[in-house]
Design a protein around this ligand. Structure first.
Ligand SMILES: Cc1ncc(C[n+]2csc(CCOP(=O)(O)OP(=O)(O)O)c2C)c(N)n1
Ligand SMILES: [Mg+2]
Length: 336
């Protein structure tokens, strides 16, 4: 079973890649801090909002390994997946604020982010609900003889859902081009991973399905990227799915309303030391990146977020008259 390493893996990676990954990790961290501020100011269209602070290396490492034509599906905790896949900051902020400039024109909010233009097939409020959608997309692309890969993000809790087993089994039998990304943040609300499964190794679970599987340090963005590249490569070569087990941790509560009183503070402290942003920062310091560079990255990101919020605030609110548009290919009688 995976045990967190004390330091980030010393991988041979060029500094351009490292700095790109760091920037993206920080971009997601700052965006979600901004989203929590907007929530406190009552500026979001829904209070249902789950942030992935602490888990950013999962989204960044996997999405960095995908090609532009590939697909992802995401979860109720999906702001990071959206941004890492190339979603615009303004499309995210406006969506959360219920504005026309949002990715779903303000009608989806935090848990229903979709953007076909970046191959984002949607996040889903139903735990595990998007895993069969991802599997269907993988079947579709395989039947068409394309070389696209689908990466489906879901939490540890979703692996206890029947639909997870059905989807993985089907994808395994059909050798579909899909990577099942288990974003294992150790908790499903108040249920710890150790109490939700008798087999905590994703690698061993994968054996049961007859597919590749691996347990990876999900706080180490380089390790995540390397494992994702391997899995995506297998899928693209027609070698079938991979169960990619990424151990991570949500630093905050399940949602804003959850103080995580069921968690051991020592456990929280231990994981805080393995903050993915901090680990990447330290690695860049070891590559002689100076304070000035880090401050500039911070300023660039702050400016991007401020501009995105301004675009959202200047955009009209989603209109009730549009609530059924883009839902049905042929609108039903009486529902328009
Ligand atoms: C089918 C279903 N069951 C229960 C819920 C309520 N629920 C929302 S999030 C959640 C926990 C999910 O845990 P996990 O999959 O590990 O994701 P995490 O929240 O840790 O990112 C639950 C039980 C739901 N939305 N859908
Ligand atoms: Mg979880």
């Amino acid at each position: 079973m995976f045990a967190p390493n004390p330091t980030m893996a010393a991988t041979e990676t060029d500094t351009e890649t490292l700095s790109r990954l760091y920037r993206e990790l920080l971009r997601i961290r700052r965006a979600e801090e901004g989203i929590l501020e907007l929530l406190l100011k009552n500026k979001l269209s829904s209070t249902m909002c789950h942030v992935s602070i602490g888990q950013e290396a999962v989204a960044v490492g996997v999405c960095d390994a995908l090609e532009p034509d590939d697909y992802i599906t995401s979860t109720h905790r999906g702001h990071g997946h959206f941004l890492a896949r190339g979603g615009a900051m303004s499309a995210l902020m406006a969506e959360l604020m219920g504005r026309e400039a949002g990715a779903c024109r303000g009608r989806g909010s935090s848990m229903h982010l979709v953007d076909a233009s970046i191959g984002h097939l949607g996040s889903n409020a139903i735990v595990g609900g998007h895993i069969p959608i991802a599997t269907g997309a993988a079947l579709w692309t395989a039947l068409r003889g394309e070389h696209r890969v689908v990466a489906s993000f879901f939490g540890d809790g979703a692996t206890s859902e029947g639909i997870f087993h059905e989807s993985v089994n089907f994808a395994a039998v059909q050798r579909l081009p899909i990577v099942f990304v288990v974003e294992n943040n150790q908790w499903a609300m108040s249920l710890p991973w150790a109490k939700s499964t008798a087999q905590q190794s994703i690698e061993v679970k994968a054996e049961g399905y007859g597919i590749a599987g691996v347990d990876v340090d999900g706080q180490d963005v380089l390790a995540v990227r390397t494992a994702a590249r391997d899995a995506i490569g297998r899928a693209r070569r027609g070698e079938g799915p991979t169960l990619l087990g990424l151990s991570t941790y949500r630093f905050l509560g399940h949602s804003r309303a959850d103080p995580s009183s069921y968690r051991d503070k020592a456990e929280e402290e231990k994981w805080r030391l393995r903050d993915p942003v901090l680990l990447a920062h330290n690695l860049l310091m070891a590559h002689d990146f100076d304070e000035e560079w880090f401050e500039q990255v911070d300023r660039d990101i702050a400016a991007e977020i401020a501009a995105a919020i301004e675009i959202a605030e200047n955009s009209p609110p989603a209109s009730i008259g549009e609530v059924f548009s883009d839902i049905y290919a042929t609108p039903l009688e009486g529902i328009r």
